[in-house]
Design a protein around this ligand. Structure first.
Ligand SMILES: CC(C)(COP(=O)(O)OP(=O)(O)OC[C@H]1O[C@@H](n2cnc3c(N)ncnc32)[C@H](O)[C@@H]1OP(=O)(O)O)[C@@H](O)C(=O)NCCC(=O)NCCS
Length: 157
């Protein structure tokens, strides 16, 4: 349920430090991105970043990298105080729509096998486990690789 208004807008360079802090607060030490990693992903070819604003501040963001074959979700972050207000879903749907408009056939991502909120969100949006990547986030920290087709079935589902 959406309990307060938010809006989505494209990333601006002046958002960098805020997004870095949001990511640090969303993931444990060692999994959250360093400044170097964040800059690397934001500048990589095909990178797209959308920011959600609520109450005049950044509430979350999604960062993807796109090729002709797939759009890879690098991260989806919503500040704890703004969770369960549909912001993560709105960011995800906007990223999917942007990829679909460009004819990209599928979305791909990795998510920790222990990250129950994220897995619930991905599944709600039609993502399916494609495989497990052992030690993806470090020793003993496995990830599911998840995919979603952006191609519509003939029935329009
Ligand atoms: C995962 C995350 C992005 C979800 O953001 P959000 O804005 O709270 O998500 P939404 O409000 O759009 O939730 C959509 C659905 O996801 C599921 N979901 C989200 N959080 C959940 C939780 N804590 N427990 C169970 N299901 C959850 C629910 O099905 C929810 O629908 P509902 O609220 O109608 O039940 C947010 O919890 C987050 O930033 N977590 C830390 C970073 C992270 O793990 N990112 C994803 C991996 S890259």
């Amino acid at each position: 349920m959406e309990s307060s208004a938010f809006r989505l807008r494209p990333y601006q360079n002046s958002d960098f430090e805020t997004l870095f802090r949001v990511d640090q607060s969303c993931f444990p030490r060692g999994i959250a991105y360093s400044r170097w990693q964040m800059k690397f992903y934001l500048r990589s070819e095909g990178a797209r970043c959308l920011v959600a604003e609520a109450d005049g501040e950044v509430a979350g963001f999604i960062l993807t990298e796109q090729t002709a074959e797939f759009a890879h979700i690098i991260t989806l972050d919503v500040l704890e105080s703004y969770r369960r207000r549909n912001i993560g879903s709105a960011l995800l749907q906007a990223a999917e729509q942007a990829a679909a408009r460009l004819g990209v056939p599928r979305m791909v991502l990795e998510t920790a096998t222990t990250n129950k909120p994220a897995i619930a969100l991905w599944k709600k949006h039609g993502y399916r486990e494609f495989g497990t990547i052992a030690d993806y986030y470090g020793p003993g920290l496995d990830a599911y690789e998840m995919h979603k087709s952006l191609r519509h079935s003939p029935e329009g589902n």
